[in-house]
Ligand binder design. Sequence first.
Ligand code: HAM
Length: 419
Amino acid sequence: MSIRRPQGTQDFLPRQTVYWQYMEKKIRDLCRVCGYEEIRTPVFEATELFQRGVGAATDIVNKEMFTFEDKGGRSLTLRPEGTASVARAYAENKLYGQTPPWKLYYLAPMFRHEKPQAGRFHQFHQFGAEALGTSDPLADAEIIWLAWTLGAKLGLKGLSLRLNSVGCPVCRPGHIAALSAFLRPLAGELCEDCRARLDKNPLRVLDCKKESCQKATANAPALPGSLCPDCREHFAAARSYLEAMDIPYQLDERLVRGLDYYCKTAFEILAPGLGAQNAVCGGGRYDGLVQEIGGPPSPGVGFALGLERLLGALAEQGAALPVSGPPCYVLATLGETARRRGAALAAELRAAGFTVLMDLQGRTLKSQLKLADRKQAAFTLILGEDELERGAALVRDMRTGEQREIPLAELARAMEDMT
Ligand code: HAM
């Protein structure tokens, strides 16, 4: 039996990676203009980082992590998300000691052992951005602006932004107590998962997608009603910045997010046409996370955007990304001497920045010309014994079929003019 790729993973072939590269370039350009710098952290971390950071009661830590032991018996986990790793790197490298805030971004694979389905993978990729060392509500708005603007820059239509404040350690316990008191008598109407959440994480009952749970919790006390003055003020300021930046949002009192580290601002961006997995982006503020994993108190806010879902949404909308690269030249040769000279010529032209392809299978001239068709080359450079003798190459414009001989010494300049 042939070996196949693991379940929930994908191969991205060149016809797809051009889109990834296009998207990644847009992301890097956008991060640059907002002053976000790239951070790269390990693909695996100590399991404890996620248990303490993401939260032992979350679905991610409970049942979705790829965890293994190294040879020394230490428990390691393939990162299911990037925020805990960035917070760890921030604390471990003492970035807090240098002038905050730190505005960091990553483009990286993540791993979650979720039931594979459309838009949900075991290995997927996130673009994440995190602003650490600031509790300024403008940072929340800037983070949301970044995620929102990327969608627009890629031409994604119909996005919606859901916004909520999930409070803080001062006001949330009171809310959880009120919510628990409301939910307990309704336990019989809740799904099995939500019954388990009643003890561990009652807030999560609010965003269960099951109809029975949504019905049972329709009149549950809403979070915004129990926010403390500090959270209320922070939320109002973040919203006013969003409004100043013309970012349309919908308040969603039931939005609680599935990771334990959130406080104050929480948000999601949904895209149409993706079925149940319609969240392309999720994020929020996490002022207690760095301290939770052993660092000094350091506020933070960020988001992560699922790149497979982003591309899926673009494909669903039939958005044509302009991914054409610079023109490609195929250098075809006839005879061994010409092939050797051709290899040197290709090296010179590539060093000058031209895309030059040569046949690597010793094929006939006719087949080499077919390569030019297959690669949609703009021009073919033909080097035979006769051309070599004259120190020239025959250049064929593949669009018009026009041919002309150009001295090798003038080739690079002529190619510059042609493109
Ligand atoms: P999250 O909501 O768990 O948040 O994930 C963010 C995004 O990653 C989702 O909206 C979705 O697009 C994508 N995603 C999640 N799981 C999968 C999967 N199994 N397959 C495909 N795509 C998936 C976080 O990860 C937080 N770290 C976000 C954050 C950053 N909060 C603050 N800073």
